[in-house]
Design a protein around this ligand. Sequence first.
Ligand code: ADP
Ligand code: MG
Length: 469
Amino acid sequence: MNEWNYDIFWKEALKQIREKISEIDNSMWFKNIRYYGSGKNKIILSVPSTFYKEQVTQKFSDLILSTISELTGSVMEIEFIVKQVTTQIGKEENTNGYKESEPKNKVKNSKSKQQITGKDTLEKNSNLRRDYVFDNFVIGESNTFAANACIAISKNPGKAYNPCLIYGGVGLGKTHLIQSIGNYILDNFKGMKVEYVTAEQFTNDFIRLLGEGEMYKFKNKYRKVDVLLIDDIHFLGKKMSTQEELFHTFNALYDYNKQMVFTSDRPVSELKNLTDRLRSRFSRGLNVDLQPPRYETKFAILKQKLETLGTNLDDEILDLICKNVTTNVRDLEAALTKLIAYGELLNKKITMDIAKEQLKDEFSNPRHGNITIDIIQKIVADYFNLSQNDLRGKKRTKAITFPRQIAMYITREITEYSTTEVGVDFGGRDHTTVMHACQRIESKLKSDPSLESIIQNLIRMIKENRINS
Ligand code: ADP
Ligand code: MG
């Protein structure tokens, strides 16, 4: 027996966690976690597979850690071990097993332990995920330029491309890449200070510390770094005083050749509410875009993901996923995760029929969905800072005709409306106008690669809106 026994705390934590999560998350994940043992300030939990471990770590590590730490009053660690559920469940649940029964895949376990305790990460930069590294970023046509720029920056911070802005639609790997830069620099340039935040965190810090009269803390955090990584700057929207502060932060770092990398869901030219001087700063360095991956890249990403998880699926099933998931890598991963979870929960091999059945919602063709022209117009108008009436109205300035053409093009791409119907809803225009608009956008797509990511992003926003409504 060892002297620590946190069994009772785990039971209470589980109760509290269940109040905060959905029934699906509970039955899918928490019902399969067992208390396994304790160590000093540490709880060991068992899960049925590596896949589970990875998922639970990603989704719930913060929640589990904070609940347990709150209950015990000390900073706790959680360790997951993989243990197949056997018929002797009662025996598996003894409280002291962990010393005697070392987990089989010890190397992998200790890696995941780092992730869940956040120990390794905290020492360096509390915000970086240690699994966002270049090693597991699959490079293909859609992201070669961006990935290579990020690698070059990592090898030569402050010197290669400064600043750098990575832009692209949701789920295409912006966060993965920007964090890979942070991780690489921390691992290879000892003593360099790296700060990674989202624009939202940056904003919150600014407002809080300004309010508390402690701006020196803000400046210490953001101006005394060697590398500043700010994710999702489109979040800055109309927040003018935060933009002002970012502008000064930028100048302070730039003058000392400190590396800055930003990400955004659209090119700088499309960030309508950005002040001109901040816009000019972002445009100063290298701007690279991420496109949705093509078939081969999708396939390679799925293969790599399977390898990391130590599991497999038939190639024909991967083929099915790649052909049907056309949006982004996040959706691609979600489809894979769903299938693996299904197979593991029911202990079934995934066949083609199961895959089709399980993924039918993911694959549902938006052409048959209830996306309306109204929703498309609202979202496109909002994106370009226009009103819906602008898109329907008669004005023919470039600032309006281009978004209008995009809205028409998207309508034709993702709905079943005829060109005549589209014309009517866009202010009673003739169907030839709609055809002309679609041709214009198609030819522009060939010459301007950034347009592709704008359109993909808009389609994504439109689809999400459909699901929420
Ligand atoms: P974004 O920040 O652009 O919305 P993320 O960086 O969060 O997208 O990526 C979504 C998911 O897809 C993450 O799990 C990420 O690891 C994965 N991903 C994206 N691109 C790639 C890639 N080229 N190779 C491997 N994984 C990728
Ligand atoms: Mg992101």
